[in-house]
Design a binder for this molecule. Structure first.
Ligand SMILES: *Cc1c(COP(=O)(O)O)cnc(C)c1O
Length: 346
């Protein structure tokens, strides 16, 4: 691996996350093999990809003497939940800026934010730019109160945060070498802001391996998601002082994003049930289920038939409980198979 500028880090993970095969799932969809990298098990507050970013973001905040983390997103933001948790672990406070007016039911991530005692601000505005300016406004207010705030943009996607995924790539390569894992054709990850994919792409550039990175966008159109990922990749490269080489070495697809960001898709709900029923593993409706739906469809349609896939589980499982009704309603086939008389509602 090429050497890069060192960044401050606070250790939040318990070590490497597991990587293991999904033989029953692979067989069910027609893949030669499917592996999963369990970043849903990153160890704090139900885990997820944001903890890898927060190791470096918190490191930066502490090295600057900050005592308050300010971040935001949607009220079901996994990133906000994990920021609230790690702020407490570091003896700091968290202020969370959420888009819109009514956060709705206090469930999933929002419930956890409240358990961590985060201060919640509803901005009444939408979009990452509006949120960032709301956070900056809050930071000025905090400074007036004598606090030292550290503002983390939506999704923790800054060069410092995204570097967590450059290190995650190296972790996976080390595991692959140590465990003697056979190569994979595709490494699959959901794409929100694109920071995770950007970090992995930089990792691949620093220590190459013959695998295609594939991001399934769940928010932006493919062209916009790709442009955002490229922008994040470039700023990470310049932060690390790495030049030259090919940028944008990944495929970004948006066909599986469903109706819109945060709204479950039928294919995603099916993906949740299929993985649960073949492997006993849960994915979330907003990110990982939609990426997994892409894997399932490409395999079943034949494009990826017989291929070897690594599915990078990025977490998000607390959001499952905010979609309890849709998920329960979709499980009707259980009722059909049972001997019990059908209920009136059918
Ligand atoms: C934030 C998030 C992502 C997307 O990560 P980005 O770096 O924003 O692209 C994927 N999965 C889950 C569960 C997330 O919370």
């Amino acid at each position: 691996m090429r050497s890069v500028k060192p960044l401050s880090r606070v250790s939040l993970l318990w070590g490497e996350t597991p990587v293991h095969p999904l033989p029953r799932f692979a067989e069910a969809v027609g893949l030669k093999s499917c592996w999963i990298k369990r970043d849903d098990l990153t160890g704090i507050a139900f885990g997820g990809n944001k903890l890898r970013k927060l190791e470096y973001l918190l490191g930066d905040a502490l090295s600057k003497g900050c005592d308050l983390l300010i971040t935001g997103g949607s009220p079901q933001s996994n990133h906000a939940r994990l920021t609230a948790a790690v702020a407490r672990k570091a003896g700091m406070d968290a202020w969370l800026c959420f888009s819109g007016k009514d956060p709705g039911e206090v469930q999933g991530n929002l419930l956890l934010d409240k358990l961590f005692g985060a201060t919640i601000h509803m901005t009444g505005r939408y979009g990452s730019e509006a949120l960032l300016s709301a956070m900056e406004e809050l930071a000025r207010e905090a400074e007036k109160q004598g606090r030292k705030p550290y503002v983390i943009p939506v999704g923790g996607s800054t060069p410092i945060g995204d570097y967590g995924y450059t290190r995650a790539w190296e972790e996976w390569r080390r595991q692959a070498d140590r465990l003697g894992l056979s190569p994979v054709d595709y490494l699959v990850v959901p794409v929100g802001t694109g920071g995770t994919l950007a970090g992995l792409a930089v990792g691949k550039r620093l220590s190459p391996a013959p695998v295609r990175l594939v991001g399934f966008s769940v928010w932006l159109k493919a062209s916009e998601a790709r442009a955002e990922t490229l922008r994040l990749e470039r700023s990470l490269l310049s932060t690390l002082g790495v030049g030259g080489g090919e940028e944008g070495d990944y495929l970004v697809l948006d066909e599986y994003a469903g109706p819109k960001y945060g709204v479950p898709s039928r294919e995603g709900m099916e993906a949740i049930r299929l993985l649960a029923r073949t492997e006993g593993i849960l994915v979330d409706p907003v990110y990982t289920a939609k990426a997994l739906a892409g894997v399932i469809d490409l395999a079943r349609r034949g494009e990826w038939r017989g291929k070897r896939v690594l599915f990078w589980h990025t977490g998000g499982t607390p959001a499952l409980f905010t979609h309890a009704k849709t998920l329960a309603d979709g499980g009707k086939e259980n009722e059909h198979r049972s001997d019990r008389p059908r209920s009136e509602k059918g």
